[in-house]
Design a protein around this ligand. Structure first.
Ligand SMILES: NC(=O)c1ccc[n+]([C@@H]2O[C@H](COP(=O)([O-])OP(=O)(O)OC[C@H]3O[C@@H](n4cnc5c(N)ncnc54)[C@H](OP(=O)(O)O)[C@@H]3O)[C@@H](O)[C@H]2O)c1
Length: 304
């Protein structure tokens, strides 16, 4: 599937997330790791080059080590949300920080701020942080508060409320807030997040876009989920292939598979759109106009 703009050449395929059935295995895939017929989900660095491929297609080529197993009782439509956003959530939590994980839970719970909790990334960050034993503070529009509480948020504040910073500080009380995940990562969100956390060397913000943090002491990192695919990235956010990132990506795939199997990972609410990929451009524009709230658009192809 080709779309109208931004893609560098005609043979580039758009689309990042996928869910489907393994049809063929590469010759280098160990036979004990994957079998034809398994139901799997994941993500690709779509829209970039013919080699990287894309998922707006009937078939796609993915790394066998980075697949998430789809539980028997989960639909392909729901499972298609277990790709880019879920891996990004793992990355912002654990790639550059030694935060507790669901397999190494916090012994002494501390607060974490998840800004933009209703985003697809944010919904996974909330769940993963909660299952790691942290106290989760998040922000969202009021209509999404209940959803985020169900996902595990301890409290939710409206990010448009002029008192949002003082509300968050009051909630934290004596517990200082040192860690934040900014799932929006624009100047405005970063400015608000930095006012909520302590300006000291123990403080850290994980970013999903490369925006500048204008505070003296707070550390920050921008993580790019495509680095988990273990290949060099060209273009705007160029990055060499880093074996440690690929290893971490494999760890994320195994963790997400296990949590999904144990039924402890809720997928993002979905909107399966009519006409499948034929209207993909319309729905991409819809998302870029900010109309998509707390949901993922899902396209079904004829073979799914
Ligand atoms: N670094 C990476 O590898 C990577 C990977 C995936 C995505 N991303 C980036 O991460 C961001 C989130 O992506 P996504 O797909 O998760 O987004 P999304 O699902 O499209 O996010 C939509 C949600 O964002 C919330 N939101 C919008 N502006 C906000 C603000 N100023 N403050 C708080 N919440 C706000 C809205 O919440 P309410 O409805 O509650 O208002 C809305 O429901 C995007 O910029 C995307 O490009 C980066």
């Amino acid at each position: 599937m080709k779309l109208k703009r931004d893609w560098p050449v005609d043979s580039v395929i758009a689309g990042h997330d996928f869910a489907g059935v393994i049809q063929q295995l590469g010759l280098d895939v160990p036979s004990e790791s994957r079998q034809i017929g398994q139901r799997v989900a994941g993500f690709l660095n779509g829209c970039t080059s013919p080699e990287n491929g894309g998922t707006f297609a009937e078939y796609c080529v993915a790394d066998a080590m980075l697949l998430v197993d789809i539980p028997d009782d989960m639909s392909f439509e729901s499972a298609s949300t277990l790709g880019l956003a879920a891996f990004t959530a793992c990355q912002v939590l654990w790639q550059f920080q030694k935060l507790p994980t669901p397999v190494d839970v916090a012994k002494d719970p501390f607060p974490i701020l998840v800004w933009g909790g209703a985003s697809a990334v944010g919904q996974f960050v909330i769940q993963l942080a909660k299952q790691s034993g942290l106290q989760v503070i998040t922000t969202a529009s009021p209509q999404n508060h209940e959803l985020l509480r169900k996902l595990g948020a301890d409290t939710v504040f409206d990010y448009r409320d002029p008192k949002v910073i003082s509300n968050i500080k009051t909630f934290c009380g004596d517990k200082q807030l040192h860690v934040a995940i900014d799932c929006v990562s624009v100047d405005e969100s970063v400015s608000l997040v930095t006012q909520c956390i302590e300006d000291c060397e123990d403080s850290y913000i994980a970013l999903v876009l490369p925006v500048k943090v204008k505070k003296k002491y707070i550390r920050s990192d921008f993580t790019d989920a495509y680095t988990l695919l273990g290949k060099p990235i060209e273009g705007k956010y160029a990055y060499p292939a880093i074996p440690e990132h690929f290893e971490f990506g494999k760890w994320c795939a195994a963790l997400l598979s296990r949590l999904a199997k144990n039924n402890t990972l809720s997928v993002t609410p979905i909107r399966v759109v009519p006409n499948g990929l034929a209207d993909a451009q319309y729905w991409i524009d819809y998302q870029e106009e900010g109309k998509l709230r707390a949901q993922k658009i899902v396209y079904c192809t004829s073979s799914s």
